[in-house]
Write a new protein. Structure first.
Length: 160
C-alpha cells in the first residue's frame, strides 16, 4: 500500500469510529461502560488522527506544495488550518480525560461527548474534502519523481 492509499484508508477508519462516538452518547449515565468506550475513542484519535496529520504535514504537503496552483494552495492552507483546529480539540479531549480520572462525573462525560462531536463535525468534512479535492490533485500532478520523494520523506518520518 502506498502512502496515498494509506491516507485514504485512514479516512475510512474515521468514518467507522463515528459509530463508537455515537454509542458514547447512549452510555453517558454509566461511568464504567462509558469510560471504557471513551478511552478507546480517545486512543484512536490520539494515535490515528495525530499520526495521519503528521504524515500529511511532514511527508505529503512539502511535495504537494511544489506542484499546486494558487487555488489548490488555498485549499491546502484550509486543510492545514483544520488540522490545527482538530489538534486543539484533541488536546482538550485529553484534558477532559485527565479531569475525569481525578473527578468522575456525568457533566465531564457529557463534555467529552460534546468535544468528540465537535471533532467529528470538523473531521468528517475534512476527510471528505481531502478525498474529493486534495487526492485528485495528487493523482493529476504527481510524477514518478514526486512519488519517490514521498517515499523518501516517509522513510525520514519513520526514523524520527
Amino acid at each position: 500500500m502506498d502512502i496515498i492509499e494509506k491516507l485514504i484508508a485512514d479516512h475510512q477508519q474515521v468514518r467507522e469510529q463515528t459509530f463508537v462516538a455515537e454509542k458514547l452518547a447512549s452510555l453517558i449515565d454509566s461511568n464504567a461502560f462509558f469510560w471504557d468506550n471513551a478511552t478507546a475513542v480517545q486512543r484512536f484519535f490520539e494515535k490515528e488522527v495525530r499520526e495521519h496529520f503528521a504524515i500529511e504535514e511532514r511527508v505529503l504537503f512539502p511535495v504537494l506544495r511544489q506542484v499546486v496552483s494558487d487555488w489548490e494552495r488555498t485549499m491546502l492552507e484550509k486543510i492545514e488550518s483544520e488540522h490545527v483546529q482538530i489538534l486543539k480539540l484533541l488536546n482538550e479531549l485529553s484534558d477532559i480525560s485527565k479531569q475525569h480520572i481525578r473527578y468522575p462525573s456525568k457533566s465531564t462525560r457529557e463534555f467529552f461527548v460534546k468535544v468528540c462531536a465537535k471533532i467529528l463535525d470538523i473531521l468528517m468534512p475534512h476527510a471528505r474534502r481531502e478525498d474529493e479535492e486534495l487526492y485528485p490533485v495528487i493523482n493529476k500532478r504527481f510524477t514518478d519523481a514526486h512519488y519517490r520523494q514521498l517515499e523518501e520523506n516517509l522513510k525520514l518520518f519513520k526514523k524520527s
